[in-house]
Design a protein around this ligand. Structure first.
Ligand code: ATP
Ligand code: MG
Length: 264
């Protein structure tokens, strides 16, 4: 399959440099394996995953239930240590890092979005985002402004002081995306971010992730089961039984940033 560079019209014209293919490699996984348990109850979940995520791209990952998607996402996001292999995020290797080193890399470089939002019900939208900034070690000086800007960037300027129970599912997921973006991590990982949403809200969240992925300093990877979301992808990865069995770029329509459904 041939690889087609994204046109500036389709991707907002951001300059992307430094790697063959014109886009910056943000994350690289080399020979990632993961084994749970030991002896007779040993389960080999990941069996040598090689992949990369480029800045300015939304990658969607699909695969059957139990194929290892969440496990892989957890490893790429430094929540879980691999049994073998190496991960490079923005040039930093996870090799030899202990739990604290991994956590540090995660705080600096990774933002997560979950299917069930994971917002604190007793905190407002802006407080939920500020909490994430605090965890990342951002100074408190401009935390309010930074959190408000993150919420504005996801279209929630008018809901800054709302508590999660007053927000719709789509709005909650947008707060979660703002929280993931706060502090400008280079990798955004989303595990089935639209699974709890109706199709309209699901599309809006996917469109937002696609917008978020236009920044060439950021790579976005989302797990999805929903074929309707595939039209937003720059790259689609298929995983089966712990192995990447296909990875290809998609073709985008150059008109007004709309993307075609064609997969090449
Ligand atoms: N902590 C764990 N201990 C033991 N086995 C685990 C653990 N976490 C995951 N597994 C097993 O690893 C396999 C892959 O799980 P994973 O959650 O990564 O799948 P998935 O592709 O995300 O599936 P789904 O689409 O259902 O979310 C499954 O067989 C699961 O039971
Ligand atoms: Mg899963």
């Amino acid at each position: 399959m041939s690889e087609h560079a994204k046109t500036p019209a389709a991707k907002g014209g951001g300059a992307k440099a430094s790697k063959p293919g014109g886009q910056k490699g943000i994350l690289e996984a080399k020979g990632i394996t993961k084994v749970f348990g030991s002896g007779e109850i040993e389960i080999k979940v990941l069996k040598g995953v090689n992949m990369h995520l480029n800045g300015g791209e939304l990658t969607l990952m699909m695969g059957p239930s139990g194929s290892g998607k969440t496990t892989l996402l957890s490893i790429l996001g430094c929540i879980l240590s691999p049994t073998g292999g190496e991960l490079l995020i923005n040039g930093s290797s996870t090799k030899g890092l202990g739990a604290e080193g991994l956590a540090d890399l995660r705080r600096k470089q990774v933002g997560f979005v979950f299917q069930s939002y994971h917002l604190f019900p007793t905190l407002t939208a802006v407080e939920n985002v500020m909490l994430a900034l605090d965890v990342r070690g951002s100074g408190v000086d401009n935390a309010v402004a930074e959190a408000e800007n993150a919420l504005k960037s996801v279209g929630l300027a008018h809901r800054i002081n709302a508590y999660p129970k007053k927000l719709s599912g789509g709005e909650k997921q947008r707060v979660a995306i703002a929280r993931a973006l706060a502090g400008s991590p280079s990798v955004i990982l989303a595990d089935e971010p639209t699974a709890a949403l109706d199709s309209e809200n699901g599309s809006a969240v996917m469109a937002l992730l696609s917008e978020v992925a236009k920044d060439p300093r950021r790579a976005v990877l989302a797990v999805t089961h929903d074929h309707r979301t595939l039209s937003y992808a720059d790259r689609i990865i298929h995983i089966e039984d712990g192995r990447i069995v296909d990875s290809h770029k998609t073709e985008h329509s150059a008109t007004e940033g709309r993307k075609s459904h064609a997969v090449i």
